[in-house]
Ligand binder design. Structure first.
Ligand SMILES: *Cc1c(COP(=O)(O)O)cnc(C)c1O
Length: 303
């Protein structure tokens, strides 16, 4: 996988505070790292691809929903690495294919649909054995791509300069990226994770990931669970309005699933006085923009 840009890309914006004050925020545009493998998925795949190759695999297999950024990134990465890719998609096929699935199919990914019931059991031997019987030997990437090697890749997101920031904000899906950041951040830094899913369960999942992968954070970390806007891939007119106005005022596109919710949360926290004026704040734009055409088509929105 080649990076699009060897130098990291940053953009400075100002978050408004009460009383007309503003707080400077630096956005690290991981979405511009690579032309197609957006954002954190680049880091999550990096060492997995290396491992797949070293262990003599020529096929990647992974799981995801029909609009998944991870499915998309896996298809691009496999194509670049000259490997085959199989995407096991939750639910029934729908035609014409949505923009995400038609893109990955054009990239050569083989799409294999399984029922929602089977999808829930995808980690069991029964489902995996059936996939092995059908497709032969493959390198398995879990749904969302989170495993030991993904976390190792995400430990590289923060460079030396990024480690001077007092606050680092990131969206949370599975929590893999968050754990990589927490693992690598310096004492004195606070990693702020914004869950895009509804519920408190993510706190336990993150604790479990930290435990399973023996991560002993040196930094502080916080998880916010109240900016989910109804749940994963759910939204409100307020969120859509925010994503649109953010793009108009800063020129930066956000996705409605992850980065839009995080940025809304950051603005809300800034308004509530979470930061002082010289807080050095770094916000990670983790990508997800590939999903916007599909989102618009599915919900009739115009992001
Ligand atoms: C996958 C994804 C995330 C979540 O990453 P996790 O490691 O699963 O927490 C965040 N933002 C974007 C844009 C993503 O595609």
């Amino acid at each position: 996988m080649s990076k699009y840009s060897e130098t990291d890309c940053y953009q400075n914006i100002e978050l408004p505070l009460n009383g007309g004050r503003v707080i400077p925020v630096t956005i690290k545009r991981l979405d511009l790292l690579h032309p197609d493998i957006q954002g954190n998925k680049y880091y999550k795949l990096k060492y997995n691809l290396e491992e797949a190759r070293l262990s003599g695999h020529d096929t990647l297999l992974t799981f995801g929903g029909a609009y998944s950024n991870h499915i998309h990134a896996t298809a691009v990465a496999a194509r670049e690495a000259g490997m085959k890719a199989i995407g096991v998609i939750r639910g029934e096929p729908a035609f014409p294919l949505n923009p995400t699935l038609s893109t990955v199919q054009a990239l050569g990914m083989h799409l294999h649909y399984i029922s929602r019931g089977d999808y829930r059991q995808k980690k069991t031997g029964k489902i995996l054995d059936a996939l092995k019987a059908k497709f032969g030997r493959f390198y398995l990437l879990p749904e969302g791509g989170t495993n030991h090697l993904a976390i190792k890749g995400c430990e590289e997101i923060l460079n030396h300069e990024d480690k001077q920031a007092l606050f680092v904000a990131v969206p949370i899906g599975t929590g893999g990226t968050f754990c990589g950041l927490v693992s690598s951040a310096e004492p004195g830094q606070t990693i702020m994770g914004f869950s895009s899913l509804k519920g408190e369960f993510i706190r336990n999942e993150v604790q479990e990931l930290l435990q399973v992968y023996s991560i002993r954070p040196r930094c502080q970390w916080e998880i916010y669970t109240r900016y989910h806007f109804g749940g994963y891939a759910k939204f409100t007119p307020e969120l859509l309005g925010f994503v649109k106005s953010f793009r108009l005022t800063t020129g930066i596109p956000l996705d409605p699933i992850y980065t839009g919710k995080m940025m809304y949360g950051m603005l809300d926290l800034a308004e509530k006085g979470r930061f002082v004026e010289d807080s050095r704040i770094l916000v990670l734009h983790t990508g997800g923009l590939q999903g916007i055409p599909g989102f618009n088509e599915r919900f009739g929105t115009n992001l």
